[in-house]
Design a binder for this molecule. Structure first.
Ligand SMILES: NC(=O)c1ccc[n+]([C@@H]2O[C@H](COP(=O)([O-])OP(=O)(O)OC[C@H]3O[C@@H](n4cnc5c(N)ncnc54)[C@H](OP(=O)(O)O)[C@@H]3O)[C@@H](O)[C@H]2O)c1
Length: 303
């Protein structure tokens, strides 16, 4: 099976490369190429189309994205070009070649006002530019590809052992604040679910290998606020020997920490139908966090 992967240098892309099934012939792409990767700018629709027509992959796994949620508010054209333009170009080309698209998407397509987990078939209503651009990519791809040729996999609060993410930032802040005696203030009124890249990559590969179509949700199990997540990073990071001690984490509200992009306050995704469809169980997020922090330690990458 031939797979064209975008965003191969990103968090999920790296986990997908690490977990690549032996039978997969991989064409890994990143924005600038190098390190065995082909250069592919997701903002260039012609280049996305040409890559599909040249390589004729069975699947495009579109893990690349404009993921800077706050910056997107000031760069809506670029966010839409990458997050909607690329899936449109891939979908159009794949409709011609007979290939399939695995489009990664996000809990930010929902407004977070429902108060119970969002099911895959529920209507989207994004709050900000990033969520709107991802939702536009989903919708357009659905119009261009038959259901069995398109798998939309939404996830949330992604982190892994490499890349920029909340866990790496919190490890640094725990270390700095514990040393200075300053508290670490973290938002406690946004609830979602942290999702580790190794499990998410496993779900992506299961979907590709099984030829899964439709809209799906994959997150680790359980729920957390950013405050809960930060406390757990301190506790587990200390127990793992990554931190000399945890900082004093204190809860604050979203209004205490204004950001350019409005975020959904409750963006849990209902993943049950996806777990059944893929035949995979998700780990509780604390267990997945423990494993990722162990990977940090083994890589000597605690910051
Ligand atoms: N991170 C999250 O919390 C989260 C939550 C829900 C869903 N998702 C979705 O999950 C997927 C994987 O996310 P991730 O966490 O792995 O993101 P990531 O670490 O930010 O990786 C995204 C990759 O896309 C690349 N990229 C951005 N613009 C590009 C362009 N114009 N051309 C080529 N490559 C470009 C980035 O390259 P540069 O580094 O050069 O910019 C980066 O390597 C994305 O579809 C994202 O929308 C993420």
């Amino acid at each position: 099976m031939k797979v064209l992967l975008t965003g191969a240098a990103g968090q999920l892309g790296q986990a997908l490369l690490a977990a690549r099934p032996a039978e997969v012939e991989m064409i890994a792409t990143s924005r600038s190429g190098g390190a065995g990767m082909m250069a592919l700018d997701l903002g260039d629709s012609s280049a996305c189309r040409a890559a599909v027509l040249e390589h004729r992959p069975h699947w495009v796994i579109n893990a690349g994205a404009y993921t800077a949620v706050d910056r997107a508010e000031g760069e809506p054209e670029l966010a839409h070009a990458v997050n909607a333009g690329a899936p449109v170009a891939f979908a159009r080309a794949l409709a011609e070649t007979g290939g399939r698209l695995l489009q990664l998407s996000t809990d930010f397509v929902f407004d977070g006002t429902q108060g119970s987990p969002y099911r895959p078939e529920q209507p989207v209503n994004p709050l900000g530019v990033y969520g709107a651009s991802k939702a536009a990519g989903e919708t357009a791809a659905q119009q261009l590809l038959p259901a069995q040729s398109l798998c939309i996999l939404r996830t949330s609060w992604v982190y892994g052992p490499v890349g920029n993410n909340f866990v790496r930032t919190m490890l640094r802040l725990h270390r700095e604040r514990a040393a200075s005696g300053q508290p670490l203030l973290v938002v406690a009124d946004q609830v979602g679910c942290p999702t580790a890249t190794p499990g998410l990559a496993q779900a992506c590969w299961a979907a590709a290998m099984q030829g899964t179509g439709g809209i799906h949700h994959w997150c680790d199990a359980g729920a957390a606020s950013w405050y809960d997540f930060a406390v757990a990073i301190g506790e587990i990071g200390t127990a793992a020997g990554l931190l000399p001690q945890a900082a004093d984490v204190r809860p604050i509200t979203t209004t205490d920490y204004p950001t350019p992009a409005q975020r959904p306050s409750y963006s849990l995704l209902d993943c049950i139908t996806t777990r059944i469809a893929l035949g995979l169980d998700a780990q509780h997020w604390r267990k997945a966090l423990t494993e990722v922090l162990q990977m940090h330690k083994e890589m000597g990458a605690g910051e």
